[in-house]
Each structure stands twice: as structure tokens, then as C-alpha cells.
Design a protein around this ligand. Sequence first.
Ligand code: ADP
Length: 340
Amino acid sequence: MDPIIRLSGVTKTFEANGGTVSALDGIDLEIAAGEIFAVIGQSGAGKSTLVRLINGLERVTTGTVVVDGVDISTLPERRLREVRRRTGMIFQQFNLFSSRTVAGNVMYPLKVAGWSKADREKRAAELLDFVGLLDRAHAYPDQLSGGQKQRVGIARALATSPPILLADESTSALDPSTTADVLALLKRVNRELGVTVVVITHEMDVVRAIADRVAVLSAGRVVESGTAFDVFAEPSSDTGRAFVSTALHDRPSEDELARLRTAHPGRIVIADVVDGAGIGGILSGAAARGVSFELLYGGISSLQQRSFGSLTIELTGPDEGVDAVISELRTVTRTEEVAR
Ligand code: ADP
């Protein structure tokens, strides 16, 4: 099946202060219809530029951008407007009209598209029901919490039934529990309505929560991409590794590790857990080598329906025995010795 979004050999440069700034430098990216695709990168990596190329607000310097079957890199401006209507967009700062009610905000794009008043009202009610805000239809944005505002943003973005929703740092202004609600809603938009969702973020937790696949952007290039599981389990770029390590709460922080080292005299290892991997069998076999173990820190949760996490383990016993257990662990999982 053709991807719903395809960027081929895309570069984008800006002329600024008499010099040339390269924002994107040779991007090849394919996003499949029906998936949740995340683009993660630090500030300045080129994420906003990428979004603006996909929704036709900027034009490529070289390369092609195909969105929903249309090559938008060469399209005249008036045709671009139709294409933009096929791409819903939500923003970090919500961008709601403060002078319009919740329902008024959702109906606005329908008004622009020429829908009748009755149809607009019916569609807005449907969408507000979907995002759980039907009872706030007549409230104004100022009367809503951040999470509610973003839910209105989502309802508005979906008003004209676009096949694609672009979410640009859509949870960066929200607290963690509200973030989880909004991400759960985006997942429903994807799974129940079949909308392809492109999430732009600087937070790996967002990727872990909802993405099917992810591309890591650094200095205008895609430095790695793959399923969210693969990138978490085995990041292959420095940028990817840095993002993953900040998102893994199952690993002890440096302070926590220092405390564990003081409290536990044995040798300590951190083992990354992917799909169970047989760590339990190795640890229960350790007794035969005179080695006992204690679980000090960590956790296992799921990522894309597979188990995933990290365990910090103290191993106590004769050195040869502990060495043998560590070697066995290393045959099934990435294991790092952090104290001996
Ligand atoms: P991100 O969204 O990941 O923070 P951006 O896409 O905003 O990254 O920016 C990527 C690079 O392109 C940065 O170096 C930025 O300064 C530059 N850039 C973006 N837009 C413009 C512009 N309109 N004019 C000049 N430079 C720009």
C-alpha cells in the first residue's frame, strides 16, 4: 500500500541574516495510512519545518512531499488550500478563538468550508460527544482546563474529517495526568476513526505511550527510525540513546544508584528486559553456583503489547559464580555491571 505521507530527498534551507540556514537536510520518510507516527527531536532539529512542509505552509527547497496522493511540492497556492483541509492540526498552545464558544470553535472550519448551520451544529455535537465535552459546548475557552482546551482543539481539527492529524507538541503545555488523557484520546482518534496521526514531540514518554513507529530527527536529518519497540529496545544513534535513557523510569538515577551501592555490598547489575528473555530462569539457576540475588530496583511494563523494562539486581556469592551468572544474563539481555 502507498504511504499516506511520503517525503523523498527533502531539503529545506532558509536565507537569514545574509547566510543560509539548513533546517532539513535529505529527509526520506514514509508514513503509512492508519498508523501513529512520531517524529522526535530536540529544539532546532527541524521538527516544525517538517510539519510546515507536510501541511503546505512551507515549500521544499529540493525533493518531493506527497500527501494523500497529491504531490504538494509543486502545487499552486490555491490548490494547496484544499490539501490543507485534508490535514487536521493541533498545537501546543491550542490556538482556540477566545471569543467563540467551544461549539463555535469546532464549527468554524465547517463554516469556512461552506456547511449549513444545521449541519455544522450536528457535526460539532458529534465531535464534542466523541471528545467528552458535549456538556461544555456553550462554555468559552477561558473557562476550560488545558486538557479540555486540547480536546476542543482535537474536535476542531477533525471537523472536516481529515484522513491525517498533525499534533505539534500537543501535550507539551500539559501536566502528566492530563497528557495521558490527551494521548489516550489521540489513540482513540487513530484506532476508532482510522485517522493517521503524526505526533511531533521532544518527549520520548509520548512516543512510548502511543507511537507505532518513530523517526529520530537530529540537525535536520533522520538519524534512526523503526517501530517504537525497536527504537526503545535498541536505539542505534546517540540522539536516540539519549532520548531513550531519559524516558526509562525503570532505571535508577545516578543518585538512586549511589544509595543502592551504599546499602548493598554485593555486585550490582542493570539488565534490560525485552520480552521476558529468560532472566528468571538464569536467576533461579544462580543458587547452584552459590550465588543469591536480590531485586533492588526497576520494573517491567508493556510497550506495543510486548514486555519491556529494566531490573537492577544485586548478586552475592563467590566471584566465579557471579561472573558466570553475569555472562549468562549477557547472552539474553543487555546487562551492565554498575558496582563490584
Ligand atoms: P524544531 O521545531 O525542531 O525546534 P525548527 O524546524 O523550528 O526546529 O528549526 C530548524 C532550524 O531551522 C533551526 O536552526 C531554525 O533556526 C531554522 N529555521 C526555522 N525556520 C526558520 C526561518 N523561517 N528562517 C530562518 N531559519 C529558520
